[in-house]
Write a protein that binds this ligand. Structure first.
Ligand code: 3H9
Length: 720
């Protein structure tokens, strides 16, 4: 029976987003708003109406609320946030609904499978009981969108799970498993069998018992002294782990209000903080990131229906740092891996590193010993290609040299079955040239993992001229299975991420050559929000890596155009960075960095010899020079078609280069600053520093026509 269809409540059109059916004396209220039952327009109204019906029907004793399809409720509809003006907010429909559920004369049981996230958990907490499938997850992930729970979550959660856990869940945004939620008192019963059948039985069981309203519970709210310690420590953790983000601190304030004020006053405090966060630049940026992470999976000419190649067994060639890390990525996803290297000694070294990595994960509590033992069993070291005929995909991760790569791919062509994917982890070399050494260039693709491969989320998938759609679709899908975010990029030097990183780090060097201190440049970018400064990043990666590449490509540099020299000279002195305990910084045996006056003196001398005037440089200029260098190169890449959309570049930078998520990525940041301003600044740099700063034509066009990168992306979608 559908009783809440196609009517209007308070002028809002209703659809069949919520159904109510009866199982004898229990009402079953089913939310059916695919794909994730978000609480978009019509859903709260539908639930309201169904609860009303339940209370008005004397034959009904209790109600069950359940989600249709793959999940309970994934929260408020995030798409709606962008459309809001300061007056409107989803709170207006949600808060009264939650009170109505809590005040229901008949107990309401929330039956959770999949996820109860954000507004979904807030809805669940307004019920009198919560039961869940063991695989369900619950959480308040709003901070990841730059907001806080806004429908009483910060007030009801501490009443159920206690203050410490509520602060952690609201400020960090990490979900908890149903199992943990049950031990916390957030879930009343775990259901192994059919959720709906069991929920109806449970509803019958509790129908005549007195039901408690969550908002009236105070026993878990702690004492002022206990809470003071919890909040101080939470603020400290947020300041370190979520540096620069406003929402975590607002979430802590809101939970603190729950411990100090009545429920109603606490909700008012939450509302104020929620609204401040919702209309902040950080929230806009983080919502862009949320949709961007999903957008990058969409490739205009590789439709969703494209067949994919099952990847059940893989091989990795090269057991060095990258190869070993990549083998771990596959093993962690439960995929058996052959790890190939030249001889037993190299393999033992590689496997030793893998074992050490896993041991430290066990030590840090990330994995159990049992999990690690299982993963290690999935990695088989081999010193020849004999078993390669049985794998579905190979990832080559050997030393970065074209001749060597070509010989490996020729061998792979001989050893692997037709249909297997042949991928290269190259970060700089031409995929088409590599593919050309095989008889099947359609099977060849780049899979550029970032170091450490088992940690970093980004996977640049490099499309060769002949890479087939099946191979592309498989790699995109596989990235998700591997816990990575795959972004498709074109085959140009450095692909997208490293191509942009070049000008970014070039500017950091120029700044030092013009008189800035190494640590001041890094500090400016860290204050901007980057995980690390550009010079410290160089030391971590090894300065010699870029030096070797620059030497190889020196013949391509235009004579008379200024090039940075300091890093190359440091390398000539054997200062390769952390690995030699000397680079831009000096390092102690625990690799703790300190400023090195020797470097300052050397660079000052080299700059004087080169006649580079020395000056005071502001932190703002340091940020503009480095970040706008990213933007300018990003605009070129976009126009040349090596990135599909500006948002793809943003996602690459957030997941591979430590760019702060709350700034949305370099291209979003440029939009936020205003492309006209960015363009003007780049023109100034062009005048001051010459041709390396020639503005990208696309940036100029967008600035002159008053457009943004977001609008550029929308036009691309329409054109496709
Ligand atoms: C909130 O609740 C605030 C409250 O305090 C109330 C305040 C008053 N809205 O991720 P997937 C779309 S804030 C709209 O690929 P999965 C998503 O864009 C919210 N759309 O699937 C995608 O669309 P498309 C707090 C949403 O299985 C499709 O659904 N909640 C929403 O890998 C499939 O998504 C959250 O932050 C939404 N809430 O993962 C949870 N959620 O196919 C956000 C998803 O067109 N969601 N979509 O690209 C998630 O974490 C994941 O989507 C989830 C499923 C784990 C649920």
């Amino acid at each position: 029976m559908v009783v809440s269809g196609n009517k209007e409540i308070d002028g809002l059109p209703m659809t069949n987003l919520v159904r109510i059916t009866k199982d004898n004396d229990v009402a079953v209220i089913t939310i059916d708003n695919p794909p994730v039952n978000a609480l978009g327009p019509g859903v709260p109204e539908g639930i309201w109406k169904a609860i009303d019906e339940t209370n008005g029907d004397p034959a009904i004793k209790a109600a069950v609320v359940i989600g249709s399809g793959r999940t309970f409720v994934a929260g408020a509809d995030i798409k709606e946030f962008g459309k809001m003006t300061s007056g409107a907010s989803p709170r207006r429909s949600l808060l009264p609904l939650l009170l109505q559920i809590e005040n229901s004369g008949k107990p309401v049981v929330m039956a959770i499978h999949g996820n109860a996230f954000g507004g979904g958990l807030e809805l669940a907490m307004a019920g009198h009981y919560r039961i869940a499938s063991p695989t369900a997850q619950v959480g308040q992930p709003e901070v990841k969108l730059g907001i806080i729970p806004g429908a009483g979550g910060t007030q009801r959660l501490p009443r159920l799970v206690g203050v410490a856990k509520a602060v952690e869940m609201c400020a960090e945004g990490k979900p908890v498993s149903a199992l943990e939620a049950a031990t916390l008192g957030l879930i009343d019963r775990l259901i192994e069998g059919d959720l709906l059948t069991e929920a109806v039985a449970f509803a019958r069981e509790i129908a005549d018992k007195p039901a408690r309203k969550t908002r009236e519970r105070t026993e878990n709210l702690g004492t002022a002294a206990e809470n003071a310690v919890i909040f101080a420590s939470a603020r400290d953790v947020a300041g370190k782990k979520q540096r620069g983000m406003k929402a975590p601190l607002a979430a802590i304030d809101a939970v603190e209000a729950a411990t100090k004020l009545s429920f109603e006053q606490g909700c008012e405090a939450e509302a104020k903080l929620f609204t401040e966060c919702l209309f902040s630049d950080q929230s806009k940026a983080l919502i862009h990131v949320f949709f961007g992470e999903r957008e990058v999976a969409k490739i205009p000419d590789v439709p969703k229906e494209t067949p994919v190649i099952p990847v059940n067994r893989v091989a990795v060639v090269g057991s060095g740092t990258m190869g070993g890390g990549i083998a771990m990525v596959f093993a962690n996803a439960g995929i058996p891996v052959l790890l190939k290297d030249v001889d037993a000694a190299a393999l033992e070294l590689g496997m030793g590193k893998i074992r050490k990595n896993y041991a430290s994960s066990v030590q840090r509590g990330r994995f159990t010993q049992e999990f690690v033992d299982e993963r290690l069993r999935l990695i088989t070291p081999v010193n020849n290609y004999d078993a390669f005929s049985g794998v579905d995909m190979v990832v080559e991760a050997i030393f970065e040299g074209m001749a060597l790569k070509k010989s490996v791919f020729a061998e792979l062509d001989r050893s692997c079955r037709q249909g297997a994917i042949l991928a290269s982890n190259t970060s700089t070399l031409n995929i088409d040239e590599i593919a050309g050494t095989t008889s099947r260039p359609e099977a060849v693709i780049g899979t550029h993992f970032f170091s450490p491969a088992n940690v970093m989320r980004l996977l640049e998938i490099v499309r060769g001229k002949k890479s087939s759609k099946e191979v592309i679709a498989t790699c995109m899908q596989l990235s998700k299975k591997l816990g990575k975010i795959g972004v498709l990029v074109g085959n140009c030097r450095g692909f997208v991420g490293n191509r942009m990183f070049g000008p970014y780090r070039r500017e950091a060097q120029f700044l030092v050559e013009e008189g800035a201190d190494v640590e001041t440049v890094d500090q400016a970018l860290v204050e901007f929000g980057n995980a690390m400064g550009p010079l410290a990043t160089g030391d971590l990666a090894g300065l010699d890596v870029g030096w070797r590449i620059r030497k190889e490509y020196r013949h391509l540099e235009k004579p008379g155009v200024r090039q940075p020299f300091a890093e190359d000279r440091l390398c000539e002195l054997g200062r390769y960075g952390q690995k030699t305990l000397k680079g831009w910084y000096r390092y102690d045996e625990n690799r703790r960095a300190s400023a090195d006056p020797e470097v300052t003196a050397l660079v000052r001398q080299w700059s004087a010899d080169a006649g580079i005037p020395q000056r005071q440089i502001s932190a703002a200029e340091m940020v503009d020079r480095c970040v706008f260098a990213l933007v300018n190169e990003g605009a070129r890449i976009l126009e040349e078609g090596y990135a599909l959309r500006a948002v793809d570049i943003d996602i690459i930078y957030l997941n591979g280069y430590g760019f702060p998520a709350y700034r949305g990525g370099p291209m979003w940041y440029a939009d936020a600053v205003g492309l006209q301003k960015v363009y003007q600044r780049i023109c100034e740099f062009n005048q001051q520093h010459g041709e390396l700063w020639a503005p990208a034509p696309l940036l100029q066009r967008l600035a002159e026509t008053g457009k943004t990168f977001v609008e550029f992306d929308k036009e691309q979608v329409v054109a496709a």
